[in-house]
Design a protein around this ligand. Structure first.
Ligand code: ZN
Length: 145
């Protein structure tokens, strides 16, 4: 278990320090701002769709390591997925943080985002970890209007 937690921390550190997803897209179909006043985290998500597939995604912004790496990991996980799959993954992530997942197998679809599982032990960081996911949920919901 210790090793697993170290691995998770590595994923979070790697994405917070060196995010290749942190940039602006040349053309983006949708963008959405996210803000977590508790911590001062701010992100802007950019999404390019190809039909109902998330063809490309990127973000800009600033904030704590958790918010920035959670955004970057989310982009890695959602890129290439359909909107329907993305909504399902976002819901699973939010439920994982809320500790509402009963079947651990459900978490497999989160790929690297499972690294944030233990963030629920740090209540002050929960909003940081969820910022990108709630922002993306908002973006996809608006897109459907
Ligand atoms: Zn934060």
């Amino acid at each position: 278990m210790d090793n697993l937690e170290e691995l998770y921390n590595d994923i979070i550190m790697e994405h917070s320090m060196n995010s290749y997803n942190k940039k602006e897209l040349k053309s983006c179909d949708f963008c959405e701002m996210g803000h977590n006043p508790n911590c001062g985290d701010e992100i802007k998500l950019e999404v390019k769709l190809n039909g109902d597939i998330i063809e490309d995604m990127a973000f800009t912004g600033h904030g704590c390591a958790i918010s920035q790496s959670s955004t970057s990991v989310m982009i890695d996980v959602l890129k290439g997925k359909t909107i329907k799959e993305a909504k399902d993954i976002i819901e699973t992530f939010i439920n994982m943080i809320k500790r509402e997942i009963k079947d651990e197998k459900e978490l497999e679809k989160l790929e690297d985002a499972i690294a944030f599982k233990n963030i629920s032990n740090m209540p002050a960081r929960v909003k940081c970890a969820l910022l990108a996911w709630h922002t993306m949920e908002e973006l996809l919901n608006k897109k459907g209007e």
